[in-house]
Design a protein around this ligand. Sequence first.
Ligand SMILES: *[C@@H]1O[C@H](CO)[C@@H](O)[C@H](O)[C@H]1NC(C)=O
Ligand SMILES: *[C@@H]1O[C@H](CO)[C@@H](O)[C@H](O)[C@H]1NC(C)=O
Ligand SMILES: *[C@@H]1O[C@H](CO)[C@@H](O)[C@H](O)[C@H]1NC(C)=O
Ligand SMILES: *[C@@H]1O[C@H](CO)[C@@H](O)[C@H](O)[C@H]1NC(C)=O
Ligand SMILES: *[C@@H]1O[C@H](CO)[C@@H](O)[C@H](O)[C@H]1NC(C)=O
Ligand SMILES: *[C@@H]1O[C@H](CO)[C@@H](O)[C@H](O)[C@H]1NC(C)=O
Ligand SMILES: *[C@@H]1O[C@H](CO)[C@@H](O)[C@H](O)[C@H]1NC(C)=O
Ligand SMILES: *[C@@H]1O[C@H](CO)[C@@H](O)[C@H](O)[C@H]1NC(C)=O
Ligand SMILES: *[C@@H]1O[C@H](CO)[C@@H](O)[C@H](O)[C@H]1NC(C)=O
Ligand SMILES: *[C@@H]1O[C@H](CO)[C@@H](O)[C@H](O)[C@H]1NC(C)=O
Ligand SMILES: *[C@@H]1O[C@H](CO)[C@@H](O)[C@H](O)[C@H]1NC(C)=O
Length: 635
Amino acid sequence: MNICQSRGYCCAMHLSPLQSRLAASVVASCLLLLLYLSLFSPHFAVAIELEPPSPAIFDDDFDFSPNLAARSPFDVSYEPDFLGFDRSIIGRAADGLLKLENTNPTPMDLDEGSTTRFWFPLSILAGRESEDRLELRSEHNQSTGQDVAKRQSSRTIYISANTCKQPTAIDPNKTTMEPPQLTLFVSKSAEYQAPGPLADMSTQHMLEFNEGAVNFNFTATEDVYIGVHAPNVADQFEGKYNFELAVAGDGYYFTWNDQDDADLIWVDSDSQGALLITHNLTTDGNPATQEKIMSMDPFPYVLFAHNKTDKGLDGLKHSWCGLKLNAMIAGVAGGRDAAKVRTSMTKRGQGNFPKQQFFFNGLSSDTNYTAFLARERRPGLGKRQEGEDGVGGVEVFKAVDFTTKSDHGNCALITDLTFCNEVAYSVPSNPSFGNSTQLARFYDDYAAERYVNFNLTLQQIQCEAGPTQRYSLVRNCTHCVDAYRKWLCSVTIPRCEDFGNNAAYLQARAISQPFPDGDRLTEGELLRMPNVTRFNSSRVPRIDEEIRPGPYKELLPCDDLCYDLVRSCPASMGFGCPQPGGVGFEGNYAQRSKNGELVCNFQGSAHVPSSSVKVMSSWGVMVLGFGVVVVVLGI
Ligand SMILES: *[C@@H]1O[C@H](CO)[C@@H](O)[C@H](O)[C@H]1NC(C)=O
Ligand SMILES: *[C@@H]1O[C@H](CO)[C@@H](O)[C@H](O)[C@H]1NC(C)=O
Ligand SMILES: *[C@@H]1O[C@H](CO)[C@@H](O)[C@H](O)[C@H]1NC(C)=O
Ligand SMILES: *[C@@H]1O[C@H](CO)[C@@H](O)[C@H](O)[C@H]1NC(C)=O
Ligand SMILES: *[C@@H]1O[C@H](CO)[C@@H](O)[C@H](O)[C@H]1NC(C)=O
Ligand SMILES: *[C@@H]1O[C@H](CO)[C@@H](O)[C@H](O)[C@H]1NC(C)=O
Ligand SMILES: *[C@@H]1O[C@H](CO)[C@@H](O)[C@H](O)[C@H]1NC(C)=O
Ligand SMILES: *[C@@H]1O[C@H](CO)[C@@H](O)[C@H](O)[C@H]1NC(C)=O
Ligand SMILES: *[C@@H]1O[C@H](CO)[C@@H](O)[C@H](O)[C@H]1NC(C)=O
Ligand SMILES: *[C@@H]1O[C@H](CO)[C@@H](O)[C@H](O)[C@H]1NC(C)=O
Ligand SMILES: *[C@@H]1O[C@H](CO)[C@@H](O)[C@H](O)[C@H]1NC(C)=O
């Protein structure tokens, strides 16, 4: 141990204190390393001794710039005629090698046109994991016992890197392209220790970063040498690149994920806020599992948001540290404007499974934003239910766009209602009415009040009766109550859109009233709309009387809410639905779109990105012969 520590070697390895085989493992690794050193000593010893005490910031002193300056930034490719590499140059390059530990990555600056090189001794991985693997394997396959030595020195290596900062354009008026990406060079052989743009391509792999991130894995049998090269574009850009590199034996540290089901869902927004949720974090119905997820601390995900038209994130959209340092809103501890995003867990929505939700506030109105969901994976945390392999690291997910509302600020997001607990969308509002808590209270109280009469009627139905006396064999009062509540909340709490939104499926409301700021629609605008009640007022008169939002557009409730109510409740309650095209349909209900676009409101509705449209179950046109038209006006 002491010998090891004095070389600053073993103690630098990443050994989790939780591992019960710590001691054995450390001793084994030290012995292995000593053996390794005694065999290959001279060259490596030099590299070790030259290793800077802290590899925090390191600019490569071995500069190819003169040669590269004339090249196009994208032409980082190799020069085959450089094959006859001078031994002395390799020697000098080796001096500049940084030894990579199998630990958390550190940010490093990189000048334009230069290359930073790293050395990753395979032995770092050998001690820690080989015993594990050998034990596992011998259980499955006894015939491989003699392969021990070989297995130990052949490991899959996962290299991943993120660009944290890029140079900026000297004259943004002239340079419209984004700064070129960094390039990763990997040499798999200890013979070629200077991977980079000038080395022979047959001795190395070259990968250009994609939106600030790169991933590469392969089976290594020798120490690995890595070069990260920055293109020389000093004529157009100034400043340094900054990146983080991680090498591990058990998986990538930095990953990005473009998969649909990792998606973030934009629920709704108002003029300065937005609500986004993750997908179900589990679909396991077990209350204990759900409880564990609901009480996760810290929260599993973080969120970044950026003005979509701003170029500040271009080239960094897959990079964790790139987002953390450059996004306009970084919902991480100490992140820029982190207070503008609040997060919590919720079970709201179809299925009532746990999800994480994010509220933005302080956004600019009428602006397109892009949101990036990301996650820090902590080894051993939540790995079972999410199918992870327990690797620490970070993951960046596919970006989701959302838009804030504009106009007169008379739509406001409300959530966390008590009675209508599934409501989380924008409703007609007026800044002078009160804050969003008070607004939510107003709508929730109104719906709960409406529920009382229904509840009284329900008491007269034989809910607890046996199957023969029940009103339906497949539906009981639980279904009726659920259907009524969903319908009631959707019709009493209108989903609000900008008056300026001209989508055909929206219903204009309260057109003859003033906006909260006193503006009114012009005579011309009024004349273009029918002079009928459904345009002239809100469905619930109390909204016009107490909130006075002025003109807004309503995303009408889906007609299937009404059909479900009729199917679920006893006929004696007298519910009926208007039919599409018939009396009472227009201005009260809308039909779901076949392609899943959000054209009508239901409890738990959200803006589904059109690229990943999930077709909702289609109700078709149900012909119902009821004479009663159910609208809220008057109940
Ligand atoms: C055991 O190892 C032998 C030789 O490598 C191989 O042919 C065989 O498929 C292995 N069996 C299992 C169960 O992996
Ligand atoms: C870019 O153009 C704007 C407006 O044309 C001008 O105000 C600004 O000074 C220009 N920036 C540079 C760096 O030339
Ligand atoms: C390792 O690289 C191969 C291609 O070389 C790729 O197919 C595979 O998915 C990678 N493994 C992981 C875990 O990403
Ligand atoms: C959660 O799961 C339920 C049931 O499978 C599904 O209907 C719902 O759409 C899911 N919610 C999200 C946000 O993915
Ligand atoms: C968003 O970015 C564009 C382009 O940089 C800029 O013109 C616009 O003012 C920005 N909007 C906000 C609200 O920051
Ligand atoms: C937002 O993006 C949409 C679609 O790309 C575009 O039609 C709209 O004009 C944009 N809005 C703003 C305020 O830039
Ligand atoms: C809203 O206003 C009420 C009463 O003025 C206050 O008690 C409450 O804390 C406010 N809520 C928020 C979110 O500001
Ligand atoms: C409905 O009525 C029942 C029985 O009187 C009562 O227990 C229940 O709390 C009522 N529900 C609501 C939401 O008021
Ligand atoms: C109604 O039926 C469902 C199953 O379909 C059942 O879970 C529920 O307890 C029933 N409710 C009543 C009041 O019987
Ligand atoms: C709308 O109709 C009402 C009566 O139905 C009438 O008093 C009013 O003047 C009309 N408004 C316009 C703008 O035509
Ligand atoms: C619409 O509302 C205005 C003012 O509230 C009223 O003067 C007008 O008569 C209404 N029109 C209809 C058709 O109800």
